[in-house]
Design a protein around this ligand. Structure first.
Ligand code: NAI
Length: 683
């Protein structure tokens, strides 16, 4: 056996069996396609001699999980991936990619550069470059459409979707599925004297032009018109009608340009930040068993949490207050599952399995067999505290208890409970089966293995965890509150709600703060302001406008009126009058704010609050803040999160923004250690 290795990560092992070269890619843990792997492959292919074929296969749990992103911020060293693919294409024998685990990005492009692909049914194949601000750069946009047609290629490239081996076979992307041992299957496949078949020389299948255009339009819209999405569409389109060598060169040039642009750097930052956010530095505990879940409270959140668990194959027992409430919850839950089924998002078997895995109960004693119990009852201490006390008394010691509270002080809630070490916060976002973010709240008494069980739950549910300490609003809601407060003060001082919303949207937020507030209902924040009224500092600036709107019954979309009039979403003369009165009462002469100032003030309010809560230890690390905002609050991913954004700006401009924020907030303003926080982000 020959081994080709080089000083950087990874090795390619080469073994000849019956005139077939088996090239095993070995770069633990995920076989990332590093420089050493590329070099090893070229050397092995060129040294191969007189062969009947070659098989590329991954050691360990995957083929190749993608290129090593750490190499993407700097010039790439020879050989680059297209050089390896050329070596596959120029080899005088057929090359087969044998795919298990994942083949992503450059990994899949390498497989596309082989003559044939064979995969396990559960392998996962995808081109995630677009979600990283780039386009595939080693022929993905050209070879994929030759195998699948352009419609499927546009969907897969622009949506950065991962498909199974089975689906890939049905699309023509893989030539055979391996039953049993993958290497044996590849050897058998090659034993049938396969001819050389270079994918880049194949013709792109004809498809209905209208259907292709519709797929492109949909992908552009879903990709929010980002330049890299438009480029990806253009390149896939060109695969049918231009010289393949020219488009491959074009694709490579676009990739080389985009990978160094700010969008790609920001998205790479989030990529690494998201992986780090699911871990706690210095913690070495094993999660507890997680095979069944109890959910208490079948309202908006309880139903969503139950759907998320069922979707991940976890059986759920849902507990409500009484039989009537339970009936309502269970039937709403089943209706939601039926609706998913009707939209084609859930197959027949999955629908039946999820319904069979759902049980209802009206007594928490029925939860003793669960591994994890999550409460999602009313946000009232008088309801939550007795319930937690009852759970701690009734449930066996091994059962982990999670509370989905949004704002309540978990430390105080559990202080008197003997089993408080098995309690943690699990703060889901609405709708809980859709939203990616899960704040895993580490209360003072939470045991390490309980905390990591929360992180394991997030992984099982396909959620993005972020670890928070107990604080009003934890990480996300606390930062969002600072952002919303700044939006309201900008309005009081002269900006119209629609100007603030338009500026936020122009920055890339899915919606502006006032439109969001109309969507979720103005009454939630109103109830909180009423609760806080007695303890509010009378010298702090207070915006009365939302209170007046609530008093007038303008609670948002659900009442047909809020910051805007509905259903057409129009600015409202009633709101204008309320704003004018509030300004007059406060003696304010409205001043104009341009979009750039509005954006920077909204962002700096977030950044300042983030610096404060990091200093308090509520969040573990600056990058966790970016992960929170990008996954739970519609912050544009291609800007990397508020702290990444600020770290790219001129420090003097950021300091000036902070001064302006301080002036606007006035009495009670707390200035966070912003410069230190931004410096720490770069570590
Ligand atoms: P909801 O009012 O829709 O549902 C609460 C449910 O709990 C009701 O169905 C009620 O019958 C049930 N319930 C009350 N006491 C119970 C008891 N002792 N035993 C069994 N069931 C009981 O409220 P929602 O919106 O689902 O909120 C639940 C929790 O989730 C709250 O703590 C809230 O702060 C939190 N949360 C809410 C979010 C939202 O967007 N709605 C987001 C994140 C957290």
């Amino acid at each position: 056996m020959n081994t080709h290795t080089s000083p950087s990560h990874g090795t390619v092992r080469s073994e000849i069996r019956d005139r077939i070269a088996i090239l095993t890619i070995d770069n633990p843990p995920v076989n990332a396609g590093s420089h050493a792997i590329r070099k090893g492959l070229i050397e092995a292919l060129q040294a191969a001699g007189d062969l009947r074929g070659a098989i590329l296969i991954g050691a360990g749990r995957s083929f190749i999980a993608g290129s090593d992103l750490r190499e993407f911020g700097a010039p790439l060293a020879w050989p680059e991936l297209p050089d390896v693919i050329s070596a596959c294409e120029e080899a005088p024998f057929p090359v087969v990619a044998a795919i298990h685990g994942v083949a992503l990005g450059g990994g899949l492009e390498l497989a596309l550069g082989c003559d044939y692909r064979i995969a396990t049914e559960d392998a996962r194949l995808g081109l995630p470059e677009v979600s990283l601000g780039m386009v595939p750069g080693a022929g993905g946009t050209q070879r994929l459409p030759r195998l699948t047609g352009r419609i499927a290629a546009v969907e897969m490239v622009c949506g950065s979707t991962r498909i199974t081996g089975t689906r890939a076979a049905s699309l023509g992307l893989v030539d055979a599925l391996a039953e049993g041992d993958l290497l044996d299957a590849a050897l058998t496949f090659l034993a049938q004297d396969r001819p050389k078949r270079v994918v880049a020389q194949m013709t792109v299948p004809d498809e209905d032009p209208a259907a292709l255009q519709a797929a492109c339009d949909k992908a552009l819209k879903k990709g929010r018109g980002r330049p890299n999405v438009a480029e990806a569409i253009r390149l896939v389109q060109a695969s049918a009608d231009a010289d393949v060598a020219a488009v491959l060169a074009d694709e490579r040039a676009v990739f080389q340009r985009l990978r160094l642009e700010p969008d790609a750097s920001a998205l790479r930052h989030l990529f690494f930040a998201e992986r780090r956010a699911g871990s706690v530095d210095g913690l070495d505990a094993k999660p507890r068993a997680l095979a069944s879940v109890g959910v208490i409270g079948g309202g908006t959140m309880g139903q969503g949490i139950a759907r998320a668990c069922l979707g991940a194959g976890l059986p759920v027992t849902l507990v409500e207050r009484d039989a009537a409430a339970l009936d309502r919850s269970l039937s709403a839950l089943c209706d939601a599952l039926d609706a998913r089924h009707a939209r084609g998002r859930l197959g027949d078997a999955a629908l039946a399995a999820q319904k069979a895995a759902l049980r209802g109960a009206t007594d928490v004693a029925d939860l003793t067999g669960c591994d994890l119990v999550i409460e999602a009852v009313f946000e009232e201490l008088s309801v939550k505290v007795p319930l937690l006390e009852q759970l701690d008394r009734l449930l066996p010691e091994n059962v982990v208890i999670g509370t989905n509270t949004s704002y309540l002080d978990i430390n105080a809630m559990v202080a008197d409970l003997p089993g408080r070490s098995r309690i943690l916060g699990l703060h889901f976002f609405s709708p809980a089966d859709v939203m990616k973010l899960l704040e895993v709240v580490r209360a003072e008494a939470t045991a390490d293995d309980v905390l990591v069980t929360g992180l394991a739950l997030a992984k099982r549910l396909g959620k993005q965890p972020v670890v928070a300490r107990v604080a009003e609003g934890f990480i996300g809601n606390r930062i969002y509150a600072a952002y919303r407060r700044r939006a309201e003060l900008l309005m009081l001082d002269g900006a119209a709600p629609q100007d603030v919303d338009a500026a936020a949207q122009a920055f890339g937020f899915a919606m502006g703060p006032f439109a969001v507030s109309d969507m979720s209902g103005l009454d939630i924040a109103w109830a909180m302001r009423k609760r806080q009224a007695a303890t509010r500092d009378p010298k702090a600036r207070y915006v009365t406008i939302p209170d007046r709107l609530c008093e007038a019954g303008r609670l948002g979309r659900k009442t047909g009126a809020g910051w805007y009039d509905y259903p057409e979403t129009r600015p409202s003369p009633v709101v204008d009058a309320v704003i004018a009165n509030a300004r007059a009462d406060a003696g304010i002469t409205p001043q104009p704010f341009d979009a750039a100032t509005i954006q920077r003030q909204l962002l700096i309010a977030m950044v300042n609050e983030a610096a404060l809560l990091l200093a308090e230890g509520v969040a573990q690390r600056p990058s966790d803040i970016d992960v929170t905002l990008a996954n739970g609050y519609g912050f544009p991913r291609w800007k990397g999160g508020p702290l990444w954004w600020a770290a790219q700006e001129d420090p003097a401009a950021i300091a000036a923004d902070l001064d302006q924020l301080e002036q606007a907030i006035g009495h009670g303003f707390a200035r966070g250690p912003v410069a230190e926080t931004l410096a720490a982000l770069k570590d």
